[in-house]
Design a protein around this ligand. Structure first.
Ligand code: NAI
Ligand SMILES: O=C(O)C1=N[C@H](C(=O)O)C[C@H](O)C1
Length: 536
C-alpha cells in the first residue's frame, strides 16, 4: 500500500418502499491480501455495514441486506495518469457548476424517490456498477490531487468552504462528540454535494492521512458519514481522549491497533466487573462510550475510567439515551455485567435494538436468554466465565464428557465455590462444570453445589487471601469412587478480576470481527472463541 493508502467506498442500493437492499463495499488501492489483513480497513467496512443496516431499519427496509465486498487492487501507473487527467477536467467543472452532479445523480436507481422522502441531509447512494466504478476512479484521483494540495497548504491553512472538492479526504475532530469526523471533501462531486449538506464548518484541524493541516472544516455529526476512508487508529484513540490534531501528529510512529475503532458500552460500569472491563478495554485501545445503563432509579452518577467520564443512566431513561448513543456509535458493542435478575430483560432490550453484545452476567433464565438471541439473530457472546484458562478447563471437561460419557458413573462428588459476599447467585462456571460431570455419569444436581459467602470462612477454610475477599472465585470439585479407593480433585482459584476482563475484551474484538465478516453464525460462547484462537 502506498500514498494515502486504500479506500473503502460503500454504496447502499435499495428501492425505497420495497423490502430489498444491497450494500456494495469496494476496497481499492491496495493488494487484496494486504487489505484483507488491514484491520483498520476491515473496521471501516463493518462501520459501513452498521450504518447501512441502521439506515434500512429507519426506512422500513427490514429484509437482510445483501452485502458484497470487492477488493480492487491498485491500478498500473499508466492507468493512473490517464484517469488523473480525466478527473481534473471533471473536477474543474464540478467546482464551477452542479450540472455534472445532476447528470450522474439522475441515473441512480431510486434516487428521485429517495430525495423526495429524504431531504439531502443523509448520504445514501445507489447506482449501477458503471457509475460506481467511475466515481471510484474520480475519487482516487481527487485524493491524489488532494495530497498535493495539502502539501502546498501545509502550515498555512486551507479554506475548506462549501465549494471545495479538491481537498483530500480529511479527518477532523468533531468538537461535539469528540470523535473522529471524516470529511469527504475528496469525494466525487455528486457525493461531495450531499456530504456538504451534512457538514457544518467550524474551526478545527483536518487530517489528510499522513499529516494534519490547519484549516477550517469539521463534521458536525460524525455518525452520519457513509463513505469513508478508514480512520487512523491513533487519531481515533486520541480523539476519544479529546486530543488535538497537533498532539495526534506526534503519535504517528506508534503501531497500528484495530481495537481503537471498536466502541464499547459497558453496562454497568459502576459495578465491579463492569469497571474492570472498562479499564481493560481502554488499556487495549478500545473506545469507551461515555454512557452506561444501570438498573431502574440507580442512575445519575458519573464514573471516571481512565480519562473517560461515563454517565450512568437509570434503566427508565435507556430508550432515549440509546437513540443518541447508537446514532453516535453505530458499530457499538455492548458488554453486560449486571445482575442475574437483569439478564433476560437486558438481553431483550439489546436485541430489540439490534445491538451486538457480550453477556458476562450469570444467572437468569439461560434457556430463555439463548432463545431470545437466536430468534432475533443478534450477534452475541454469552458465557459464565471469560477467563482464558478457565474457558480451557471448561472445554476440557466438555471434551472429556463428550468422549467418555458415563466414565465416572457411581462416583460421588462434593463441589464448593467461594465468592465475594455480594455475589447473589450460584457460580455460572460451577454450573457449567457440573453439567459436564453429569454427562460423565455423576448423579449430582446444581443445587448441591456448596456456596461459601462468609468472609471468615473464606479466609479460614478456603484460604482466600484477605485482600481478595471482595473479588475471588475459589472452586473445588472432589470426586470419589464408590469404595473410596480412588479420588480426584479439580481446583481453580482466581484472585481479582483481570482474567475475566481481558477475556471480555477478547470477546468484544472477536464479535467485531464476526460482524465485519458478516458471519452467518451469530451466537457464540467462550469455548468457541478460544477454539478459534481469538483469546490473548
Ligand atoms: N462471565 C464472567 O467471566 C464473569 C461473570 N461475572 C458475573 O457478572 C455479574 C456482575 O458481577 P459484579 O460486577 O461482581 O457485580 P456488581 O454487583 O459489582 O455489579 C452489578 C452492577 O449492575 C448494576 N445493575 C443492577 N441492576 C441493573 C440493571 N437492571 N441493568 C443494568 N445494571 C444493573 C448494579 O448497579 C451494579 O453496578 C455477576 O452475575 C457475576 O457472576 C463476574 C465475573 C466474571
Ligand atoms: O461473580 C463473580 O465474581 C464470578 N462470577 C462468575 C461465575 O458465576 O461463575 C465467574 C467467576 O466465578 C467470577
Amino acid at each position: 500500500m502506498s500514498g494515502d493508502g486504500p479506500t473503502v467506498t460503500a454504496i447502499l442500493d435499495y428501492i425505497y418502499g420495497r423490502q430489498e437492499a444491497k450494500l456494495k463495499v469496494d476496497v481499492e488501492g491496495g493488494k487484496e491480501e494486504e487489505t484483507r489483513a488491514n484491520q483498520g480497513l476491515q473496521m471501516a467496512i463493518t462501520e459501513a455495514k452498521g450504518r447501512a443496516e441502521r439506515r434500512c431499519r429507519r426506512d422500513g427496509v427490514t429484509d437482510e441486506i445483501r452485502v458484497t465486498v470487492s477488493y480492487l487492487e491498485a491500478e498500473t501507473s499508466t492507468d493512473t495518469v490517464e484517469r488523473e487527467q480525466r478527473h481534473f477536467h471533471r473536477d474543474t467543472e464540478a467546482e464551477s457548476e452542479a450540472s455534472d452532479l445532476e447528470a450522474t445523480a439522475q441515473s441512480w436507481q431510486g434516487l428521485d424517490q429517495w430525495r423526495r422522502d429524504h431531504p439531502p441531509t443523509e448520504l445514501v447512494e445507489s447506482g449501477p456498477e458503471a457509475n460506481s466504478r467511475q466515481r471510484r476512479d474520480q475519487h482516487r484521483q481527487t485524493e491524489k490531487r488532494g495530497s498535493r494540495l495539502s502539501e502546498e497548504n501545509k502550515n498555512k491553512g486551507v479554506e475548506t468552504g462549501t465549494r471545495r472538492h479538491s481537498a483530500p479526504l480529511a479527518h477532523g475532530l468533531c468538537a461535539r462528540n469528540k470523535r473522529i469526523a471524516d470529511c469527504c471533501l475528496g469525494y466525487t462531486p455528486c457525493v461531495a454535494r450531499q456530504l456538504r449538506t451534512r457538514w457544518s464548518l467550524s474551526e478545527t484541524s483536518l487530517w489528510t492521512g499522513e499529516r494534519s493541516i490547519q484549516g477550517r472544516g469539521s463534521c458536525h455529526h460524525a455518525g452520519n458519514l457513509f463513505s469513508a476512508k478508514p480512520l487512523s487508529p491513533v487519531m481515533a484513540k486520541a480523539s476519544s481522549a479529546g486530543a488535538t490534531a497537533s498532539s495526534v501528529e506526534t503519535q504517528q510512529s506508534k503501531s497500528f491497533d484495530l481495537s481503537a475503532s471498536v466502541p464499547i458500552m459497558v453496562n454497568d460500569v459502576s459495578g465491579k466487573m463492569g469497571n474492570a472491563v472498562a479499564t481493560a478495554a481502554l488499556a487495549r485501545g478500545l473506545q469507551l462510550v461515555p454512557f452506561a445503563i444501570t438498573g431502574p432509579k440507580l442512575g445519575g452518577r458519573h464514573v471516571i475510567v481512565g480519562d473517560v467520564d461515563v454517565e450512568v443512566i437509570g434503566a427508565e431513561d435507556r430508550l432515549s439515551v440509546m437513540d443518541k448513543v447508537q446514532e453516535q456509535y453505530p458499530n457499538l458493542i455492548v458488554v453486560d455485567y449486571t445482575l442475574p435478575a437483569a439478564v433476560n430483560s437486558n438481553a431483550e432490550f439489546y436485541v430489540s435494538r439490534g445491538l451486538p453484545f457480550v453477556m458476562g452476567t450469570t444467572g437468569g433464565d439461560r434457556d430463555k436468554l439463548m432463545e431470545t438471541v437466536r430468534k432475533a439473530g443478534t450477534y452475541a457472546v454469552i458465557a459464565p466465565n471469560m477467563g482464558k484458562q478457565l474457558v480451557a478447563f471448561q472445554a476440557a471437561m466438555e471434551i472429556m464428557a463428550a468422549n467418555f460419557p458415563g466414565a465416572f458413573a457411581g462416583y460421588t462428588m462434593k463441589a464448593v465455590e467461594s465468592h465475594q459476599k455480594t455475589k447473589v447467585d450460584t457460580s455460572g462456571t460451577a454450573k457449567a462444570i457440573v453439567g459436564s460431570f453429569q454427562r460423565l455419569g455423576l448423579d449430582f444436581a446444581v443445587d448441591e453445589i456448596e456456596l461459601v459467602r462468609d468472609p471468615k470462612e473464606q479466609v479460614e477454610r478456603m484460604h482466600v487471601p484477605e485482600e481478595y475477599l471482595d473479588g475471588h472465585a475459589f472452586h473445588t470439585y472432589r470426586l470419589e469412587s464408590p469404595d473410596k479407593s480412588v479420588a480426584f480433585e479439580f481446583q481453580h482459584n482466581v484472585c481479582g478480576r483481570s482474567i475475566y476482563a481481558e477475556g471480555t475484551v477478547d470477546a468484544v474484538l472477536f464479535l467485531a470481527k464476526k460482524i465485519q465478516e458478516g458471519a452467518e453464525k451469530k451466537l457464540y460462547n467462550m469455548v468457541e472463541i478460544l477454539q478459534e484462537g481469538s483469546m490473548r
